[in-house]
Design a protein around this ligand. Sequence first.
Ligand code: ADP
Ligand code: MG
Length: 257
Amino acid sequence: MGGMTPPRTTEAAIEAQGVSFAFGGTPAVVDVSLRVEPGEFCALVGPNGSGKSTLVRILLGLLQPDAGTVRCLGVEPRALDDRWRIGYVPQRHALAPALPATVEEVVATGRLARRGWWRPPSRADREAVAHALEAVALTHLVHRPVGSLSGGEQQRVLIAKALVNEPALLVLDEPVAGVDASAQRAFRDSVVHEVREHGAAVLLVSHELGAVAADLDHVLVMKRSIVFDGDPFELAARGVSLGVHADDLPLWLESLS
Ligand code: ADP
Ligand code: MG
């Protein structure tokens, strides 16, 4: 026994095999297989309507695929009981304008599933909330009602809420669309921190990858099916540079097939 290498048991953060889904008769996701490793920063890109958000919802167990299998943190996503290990920011999820809660309170709700709602917040909870708000550069707005924030600021509140548990898997669906450059940099820093310091896997759906181009480990390009699966250097070899083509990425993706 001594000296034998144990079998590799590392479980993928996300693994999909042959996943397909149609709305009515219209295919949105066709035979998608992919793997995102723990500690990997992965971008999912593709033209509008190419099925990215639909795929994300399937990967998280929010939609049941017509065919194929998904495993998320090692289990079938609907069977995952500690869902707080996944941070998810859905696309264009506006907070209710009348929501009578402060920024701090909304982010703190991200801790509830982990802590149990019946327990008062601990010092660790309060520190985690403060830390997450710092990561998205919202500390100055902590006591403001969320309804009074701009759309971009509300989006950052939701990112903070997703970060607050130091999730094992962070899934962000176009989190920075329309957010200004300095907020994008703060976002980049917080996501890279989660990946590098806590070993989280991050799946980022975005067209605005200029800020993170140098940090990505893995890129998936989707047009209903996956048409590219590799690292940013291989993508550059196929004529698409995430740094150079940051502003018109969807156009450049058209050239891949
Ligand atoms: P992406 O996120 O890449 O922009 P989506 O996954 O949102 O793409 O959409 C993929 C395709 O599925 C599009 O053609 C879209 O119109 C369609 N679609 C998305 N949601 C629905 C829905 N709830 N009902 C019917 N069709 C939908
Ligand atoms: Mg989408």
